[in-house]
Ligand binder design. Structure first.
Ligand SMILES: *Cc1c(COP(=O)(O)O)cnc(C)c1O
Length: 475
């Protein structure tokens, strides 16, 4: 391998790589103009643990887990092996009318692991889609059609989502998202959703704690439900962390309140755990962290009616989404009429390779005590990030499990962000890339969301580079 990397042909290729790329590729979520200027493209020839390796052998730490997908490192051999074995057995088959074991086994395993509330019927059925956005579309359409099929509440057609939330880029998913940069231009195409104030602790009033702010946001959600009696079919939210919205975090008490409000008002709760699922926030699913209701003496955790999973589901190897639903929702589509069926499909629904990757990923959770290791890693991340809270241009350092975020602001307070034109986040990105760390910020928020296999030396490098990147970007 090393020998091959120093092959002069490959080095020549690397020099040529960017030009070839820019001649033919249109990159996601990118102003392509920037790649003609200051923003370099990072050529990646292979991955190794938490590292990306360029054609010239140059190593870059993948501090954002390749858009939050990777869990156990790049080219993880157990997952790679499972995909290879599956590829030699059954690569794909139509899932309408046919069945294959990887899809069945994965559904069984996901349902067994899903968040559960003792006083509710458990999540009982799995519908597959190809990516996170498609999974959100599935959940929205299921919630809407369930009421349509029942026919007795014709006005129940609206969705409630949270301000600053993100659920994907397709038109339906974008409609329940509230990030102006992604949404504004398409606004005329979007369906109308209702937005409730975010429980985001960063927005707490002076002197108010995260739980107090979450309670206030829940009160506002209650008023929104009251203003639209019998009109709301579902509430969709990202449990605990609004990731694309700048890794904004909120108190788990909000999940408890949201669950109760949905029940009181007869609406479904859709939990979008596409980014936070699979151990990212400290528990296997973020919904598990909702506190018990002291008055009802219940147990901790909330169970959604629809749970959307993707990203880490395959360990970061292949696109796949799973939407878990209750038996009651599933039963609402059983009928003599085909029109009452859920006629949604994707060509690759339940792709066997992706299911095999997901099964191997869940196998690693079984064999490696991932959550315990993550707890230790998260504690180390807390120690290493703490000193940055004192930086004069850092307004907030926040953490939930394996996610740490640094909010850069002009005066180090919550009221004076840097002017957008200053491109503070981009400056930090360029600095970090120069030093061998891929820290792709969200606006002026830098964050750590490393693969779970990240080690002590890598975390130390990450902390060091983050400190100098913040220094360089805010100077
Ligand atoms: C990434 C993400 C999505 C969309 O998933 P894609 O696979 O990128 O379409 C939806 N919801 C949340 C919370 C996400 O972070």
């Amino acid at each position: 391998m090393t020998e091959k990397l120093h092959d002069p042909d490959i080095l020549a290729d690397a020099a040529d790589w960017r030009a070839r790329d820019l001649a033919v590729l249109w990159h996601p979520c990118t102003q392509m103009r920037e790649h003609q200027g200051a923003l370099p493209l990072l050529p990646v020839a292979r991955g190794e643990g938490a590292w990306l390796v360029g054609p010239d052998g140059r190593r870059t730490l993948d501090a954002v887990s390749s858009w939050w997908t990777n869990l156990f490192g790049h080219a993880e051999p157990r997952i790679a092996g499972a995909i290879a074995r599956q590829a030699h057995t059954l690569e794909q088959v139509i899932l309408a009318g046919c069945s294959h074991l990887p899809a069945v086994e994965l559904a069984e395993r996901l349902l067994a692991l899903a968040p559960r509330q003792r006083d509710r019927d458990p999540l009982a059925k799995v519908f597959y889609a190809d990516n996170g956005s498609a999974g959100v579309e599935v959940a929205l359409k299921m919630a809407f059609q369930w009421f349509r099929n029942r026919g007795d509440e014709p006005r129940r057609t609206k969705f409630v989502a949270l301000e600053n939330g993100y659920h994907g880029e397709t038109i339906g998913a974008l409609s329940v998202g509230d990030i102006p940069l992604y949404r504004r231009v398409y606004a005329p195409l979007l369906m109308e959703a209702l937005f409730a104030p975010s429980p985001d602790a960063y927005l707490a009033r002076e002197g108010q704690d995260a739980a107090g702010h979450a309670e206030d946001a829940a009160d506002a959600l209650a008023r929104l439900f009251d203003e639209h009696p019998g009109e709301i079919c579902a509430l969709v939210l990202e449990p605990l962390v609004q990731c694309a919205g700048g890794m904004r975090m909120y108190d788990p008490v909000y999940l408890r309140r949201a669950r109760e409000l949905c029940d009181v008002h007869g609406a479904f709760l859709i939990a979008d755990e596409i980014a936070v699922g699979f151990g990212r926030t400290g528990t296997l699913f973020a919904c598990e962290q909702a506190p018990a209701d002291a008055r009802l003496g219940g147990s901790a955790g909330v169970q959604p009616d629809l749970l959307c999973l993707s990203k880490g589901l395959t360990g970061g190897f292949l696109p796949l989404a799973a939407v878990l639903s209750t038996q009651a929702i599933y039963d609402g589509f059983l009928d003599d009429s085909r029109e009452r069926a859920f006629l949604h499909s994707h060509s690759y629904t339940g792709n066997p390779l992706a299911c095999a990757a997901a099964l191997a990923t869940l196998g690693i959770f079984d064999s490696d005590d991932v959550l315990a290791r993550n707890r230790a890693t998260a504690a180390r991340m807390a120690e290493l990030s703490a000193p940055l809270a004192a930086h004069p241009h850092v307004a907030d350092v926040r953490q939930r499990g394996m996610i740490v975020a640094f909010e850069m602001a002009q005066n180090g307070d919550r009221r004076t962000p840097f002017a957008a034109a200053r491109r503070t986040g981009l400056r930090a990105y360029l600095h970090a890339l120069e030093r061998g760390v891929l820290l792709r910020p969200l606006g002026d928020v830098l964050y750590w969301m490393p693969p779970y296999c990240v080690g002590e030396d890598e975390l130390a490098l990450l902390a060091d580079v983050t400190a100098t990147a913040i220094g360089a970007a805010t100077a």
